[in-house]
Structure formats: C-alpha cells, structure tokens
Design a protein around this ligand. Structure first.
Ligand code: PMP
Length: 419
C-alpha cells in the first residue's frame, strides 16, 4: 500500500507533479463536507472538490459497493457483443431519471469525454441525414466544456484555446454571447443555420464564474435551435445529479435537449464516470437496426462496472437522504448568507440564487490567491476561478451553520486586505 507522505518525502513527491502554484495543499482525507490536509488541518470543502462531491466525502456505503463489485468483477468492457450487467442496469436507471424521453446512454470516463462524443455524434448525425455541411459547433462565451479536442476547441474561455497553434484546434466552431438571445440569433444568421450542427450550453455556467441563465434564455436557445435544425446539447457535467435542486437542471428549466452530458455528480467523485444521454432523433441513425451504420466509438472504460456500481450507490444516497430537496433548500440558505458580501468594498459581484452554487467575484485588483490563503488559515477551502471569482458549491451534506461559516470566513479574509 502507498506510504503516507509527510515532511521531506511530501516535498520530494511534490517535485514530480507540476503545478502552477507555489503553495500547494495536499489533501489526504475527507469526511462529509470536510477535507483533511497532510498537515492535519480540517477544511470545509466549499467547492466540493471540482463541483463533484455532492454526497460528501468518506461514504462507507459507496466504498463497500466498490469493494464488493471489484471482488465480483472489476469491469468488463462494453464493446460489440460484450457488456457488463452493471452498465446495463445503470443505463436503465439514469435514462429514466434524465430529461430526454426514450433516451439511450453512451458511457464515458468523464466530462471531457462526454463533450467530445456529443460533438462527434452531432456532426455524424447530420452526415447520416444527408446534410454534411452542418458542422459548426456553437458554444457560449465563458463556457467550459472540458479539455479534450472538442472541449478545447469550443472553449468559451479564451485561455483554454490559446497556445496550441490553430491547427491543433478542431475547425468549424463559433461562440455566441453567454446570455443574449438576440446575439445568438445574429451569430446563427451570419454563419448560416445550414452550416451549424449543434449548440452546447451549460445550464448554469460553472468554471466561467458561476453565471446563471437570464430568465427565458435557455428555453429561448432551445427554441432557436429547433427552429433552425440545430441540435441542442446540455452540458450537465456540473448541474446533473442535483446541483440545481432537480436531478437535472433541464427539468428545472423545462428543457428537452437532443443530448445531455453527465459526469462528476453521477458518482460524486468516487469513481471516474461520465455519459451522454442521446435522444431518439440522434440515436435512431446509429442504433436503429442491424443495417444501420455502426457507431465506431468506445473507450476501454466506457461503462466501467465498478464506476457504474458506485454511481448506483451514489444515486441511492441522493434518493434515500432526500438530497435533491436539501440541495433546493440550501440554494436559498447560501443565497441569503452570501449575498450580503456584495456590499464589501473588495467584491465586484456576488452571483447566487440559481442552484446550490455561488461565485463571489473579487475586484480585479484584489489578490485572489492571497484571499484563498487567508480562508485556508481560517479553515475554509475555496479556490479562484475565472474573473477572480471564489468558487462555492459545497456538498449537499453541509449544515446551515457551515454555509454561514463560509460567508463569514470570506468576509473576515477580505477584511484583511481592506486598507
Ligand atoms: N463540462 C463542464 C461543464 C465541466 O464543468 C467540466 C469539468 N469542470 C467538464 C465538462 C469536463 O469534465 P472532466 O474534467 O471530467 O473531463
């Protein structure tokens, strides 16, 4: 088994994993909404890892299921004639929970995989429909869709696309404004809808700074897509599995996309798993009969049995502990606790109130990483995302008091930087 790292050996290990940050904090344990550092400090995990630890850390029931599944069968790939039973039962369950009637699911290893697959399916769909010119993938400014080929190429955060040379990026992508339907319509008109394959959108933009959809925006975008025969793809990698109080955000906003992307919350981080929910309109071409063109796609760990077993255990917890209801309740608790920070002289904007997630955007001249340090010293883990924004989306098992602690600690930390 791995030797616990401490002191000098910890520094030695750090030397072999690159990081952009001089002061890295090593996490060695977790329990509920709290993580434990190599130095023994307990930190409230405000970002839930990277938006994934929805049911909280250290769940024995999940660990037990993983152990038992590994002993029975670690996995069996889901290629061609072979499939494992757990991938099948999870497919039944998740398609029933999802927002697309009669959906099929294609399992992946995570969010970036799901983005890549959905963009490939969108282009191939139009090829098979005899409309091969429909190729452009639209995404929103400020969007984050992972960092594989398509995700990098459609990134709405410029710095995710920079530095590789344009020939490394997948051509025929374009950005629409994040929250402006008329702007989206103008881009569609300019490019020509006959050239556009799909539009990809996060219901609530996460990494781009926690940006809620303007009222009616998502519904309008879906309508616009339908009107122009453009596939509508919801990236629910963050919002899926309860973050906005419903199993999927599509439910909350009344959306029925052509594809829905999942990862993170499907296992709450206990195992790497992602998936794409695919509507009949899209899958019919790929899977309708033995004569239909076969989708030549699959990765070794699609439908990984242990990851799928863990997903079942995770969804059991969401259901048994009524954590969607709790997430919906916490949305208001967090909103009420965090909004008063908008008055702080170092805060530019506080974004909260649509789902159990918030972004506290600091003024551009505030040293965000130093604020994070001050929070760490006070027992709060947070991180800085796009536009000097503090990322707050705790596990659904936090208490109301812990949510107050987050707001209070951020305020005290900011006060240290007020002249
Ligand atoms: N889409 C969204 C909306 C995400 O937030 C992320 C991850 N932050 C991804 C895709 C990529 O997922 P992964 O890191 O699992 O590849």
């Amino acid at each position: 088994s791995a030797t616990p790292l401490a002191g000098a050996s910890l520094w030695h290990a750090q030397a072999h994993m690159p990081t952009a940050l001089a002061k890295r904090v090593t996490i060695v344990g977790g329990r509920g909404a709290t993580v434990i550092t190599a130095d023994g400090a307990e930190l409230l995990d405000a970002p839930a890892g990277l938006w994934y630890a929805n049911v909280g850390h250290g769940r024995e029931a999940v660990a037990r299921v993983a152990y038992e599944q590994m002993l029975k069968l670690e996995t069996y790939h889901v290629f061609g004639r072979f499939v494992n039973d757990v991938a099948l039962t999870l497919a039944d369950r998740v398609t029933a929970l999802g927002p697309i009637p009669d959906a099929k699911v294609f399992w992946t290893s995570g969010g970036s995989d799901s983005v890549d697959l959905a963009c490939k399916l969108a282009r191939r769909h139009w090829q098979l429909e005899g409309r091969p010119d429909k190729r452009i993938i639209l995404s929103r400014n400020n969007a984050y869709h992972g960092l594989h080929g398509f995700g990098t190429s459609i990134a709405g955060l410029e710095y995710n696309r920079e530095g590789y040379g344009s020939d490394s990026l997948i051509p025929e992508t374009a950005r629409i404004p994040a929250n402006d339907l008329a702007g989206a319509e103008a881009v569609i008109a300019e490019l020509g809808p006959e050239r556009i394959a799909a539009v990809v959108a996060e219901p609530v933009i996460g990494t781009g700074g926690v940006i809620a959809p303007a009222p009616g925006y998502l519904e309008g975008l879906q309508r616009l897509a339908r009107q122009h025969d453009i596939l509508f793809i919801a990236d629910e990698v963050i919002t899926g599995f309860g973050r906005t109080g419903t199993m999927f955000a599509c439910e909350r906003f009344g959306l029925e996309p052509d594809m829905v992307l999942m990862a993170k919350g499907i296992t709450s981080g206990y195992a790497p798993l992602g998936g794409v929910l695919i509507s009949p309109r899209v899958w019919a071409r790929f899977f309708s009969s033995d004569d239909a063109p076969i989708l030549r796609h699959g990765i070794t760990y699609s439908g990984h049995a242990t990851a799928c077993a863990v997903a079942h255990a995770n969804i059991d917890i969401l259901e048994q502990e009524h954590l969607l209801e709790r997430s919906a309740e916490l949305e208001g608790v967090l909103h009420n606790a965090i909004q008063p920070l908008a008055d702080h002289p170092l805060v530019a904007e506080v974004r909260s109130g649509t789902g159990f997630l918030a972004g506290v955007q600091l003024r551009a001249d505030v040293p965000g990483e130093a604020v994070v340090d001050a929070c760490l010293d006070a027992g709060l883990l947070t991180r800085v995302i796009h536009n000097n924004t503090l990322h707050i989306c705790p596990p659904f098992v936090v208490t109301d008091d812990e949510v107050s602690f987050i707001a209070k600690t951020v305020r005290v930390a900011l006060d240290q930087f007020t002249a």
